[in-house]
Design a protein around this ligand. Structure first.
Ligand SMILES: C=C(O[C@@H]1C=C(C(=O)O)C=C[C@H]1O)C(=O)O
Ligand SMILES: [Mg+2]
Length: 430
């Protein structure tokens, strides 16, 4: 018997015997099975929202969830709930810092070929209502939907928040602000809207991205059936195990060449280029300034290179020993948004972005991940897109510092966007 069929039976059995315990506001049941399928293919067959998928960058671990039992619009209360209940919350913050954390109805945690399903039941709601809410999820629990090939889907650029000329003007005004104000760095971004024929399924798209955009986090967050936020990001906001936190500065960019020798030359150039070094260092400075009140010790690694498919970046890890009782609410608020996606000084950069960019970043350059009592992990939601029926909006940004060249920064954001766009056939080049 398929292992999801067996999971379904176990959950059904458990619901038959569930006795709401008045001491327990929420009950959790956990089931373990071996699993050789793909959680995105399972998710594709589900019709309950919100939907969440998080494939971690540095380990063979994936989280996948549907439905919602509790939600928290403040990180403080989200963290408090995690500490009190011991449960894992998923979600994150938009670029603007709006918080969206929730306890899903079904949470899958996959570690290699081992799958754990947690089912949450709210004892503050009549059990008959809970059973009725769970029934449709159970109907679909053992279902998969095969991936469709997306290689023949065609993309056509229909609109851009900033075309090349407008982008160059925007970078020029940032360069002026860098000269005449306290601003040291500002990360400007663009949104490009494509029509996709035929309409694109977000799960097929993310599956394709997972195959080629390796060494990245892969995430999907759909609050409803209408639109879905997806992406493959190389950037970790932080990972925490007890009071040990690792964060990073990933900033400073060169293109990737197919020729190994030329690629190595690019990497060597990037490692020694003062503009890119400065762009990266400001991220380290921003993070250290914001975390110093919460840390007992901070160590910064030497510069290295993170190679991706289209671009390569300067990379430093930052190892932090947190002071006692510092929760993920404080960590998130201190680190997000880093100078890799906002700038420095942080508030001046955010104000500049808000008055200059002609689109709303929403979940782009936000953060998604999970919080549990012992550990938490969040990625920075760059290299991302919103898929809505037959439209896809792709986001890309670049750090502007003294010495930035508007046209080179334009090429940089176009290259970054290619990480996702190149998964499909683009019929328009600009
Ligand atoms: C803002 C983005 O990327 C960020 C900007 C970088 C840069 O300007 O060199 C490099 C990596 C990221 O920190 C993006 O991809 O949208
Ligand atoms: Mg850059």
């Amino acid at each position: 018997m398929d292992n999801l069929q067996s999971l379904k039976r176990q959950v059904e059995q458990c619901l038959l015997t569930h006795q709401p315990n008045p001491q327990e506001t929420i009950s959790m049941y956990q089931f373990h099975v071996d699993f050789y399928g793909h959680l995105l293919s399972w998710l594709k067959a589900q019709s309950t929202y919100p939907q969440f998928y998080f494939n971690l960058r540095d380990s063979a671990e994936k989280l996948c969830a549907i439905g919602k039992v509790r939600s928290f619009s403040e990180v403080f209360s989200a963290n408090q709930f995690v500490q009190q209940s011991g449960f894992t919350l998923i979600g994150g913050l938009t670029f603007d810092g709006a918080s969206c954390f929730y306890l899903p109805r079904l949470l899958f945690q996959q570690q290699q070929n081992r799958l754990t399903l947690s089912v949450f039941i709210d004892n503050q709601v009549a059990f008959s209502e809970e059973k009725a809410a769970i029934a449709p999820l159970l109907d679909n629990l053992a279902r998969y939907m095969a991936f469709d090939d997306i290689h023949s889907n065609r993309l056509q650029l229909i609109d851009q928040a900033h075309n090349q000329a407008a982008w160059c003007n925007m970078v020029q005004s940032a360069l002026q602000a860098l000269q005449h104000t306290e601003l040291n760095k500002v990360v400007l971004a663009n949104a490009s809207d494509f029509q996709c024929i035929p309409a694109l399924n977000a799960k097929d798209f993310l599956r394709e991205s997972e195959l080629v955009n390796t060494h990245c986090y892969h995430f999907l967050f759909a609050q409803d059936a209408e639109r879905c936020f997806v992406g493959s990001s190389p950037e970790c906001l932080y990972q925490r195990q007890d009071n040990h936190l690792i964060t990073e500065a990933l900033a400073g960019t060169a293109f990737v060449h197919h020729d190994t020798q030329q690629n190595q030359q690019q990497a060597d150039w990037l490692l020694h280029d003062s503009k890119n070094q400065y762009e990266n260092w400001l991220v380290v400075e921003g993070i250290c300034q914001n975390l110093k009140h919460y840390a007992q010790n901070i160590d910064v690694s030497p510069l290295s290179i993170k190679q991706l498919r289209q671009v390569q970046h300067l990379y430093r890890q930052i190892f932090v020993e947190l002071a006692p009782h510092i929760g993920d609410d404080r960590c998130l608020q201190a680190i997000h948004p880093t100078a890799a996606i906002s700038g420095l000084p942080q508030q001046i950069a955010i104000d500049f972005i808000q008055k200059t960019e002609k689109f709303d970043r929403t979940w782009y350059a936000g953060t998604l991940g999970f919080i549990s009592p012992q550990r938490a992990e969040f990625c920075v939601t760059i290299r991302s897109a919103i898929i809505e029926h037959n439209k896809i909006r792709v986001f890309a940004g670049a750090g502007i510092v003294e010495g930035s060249d508007p046209l080179l920064e334009w090429q940089e954001i176009e290259r970054k966007a290619m990480g996702l766009i190149s998964l499909l056939q683009s019929t328009t080049t600009q």
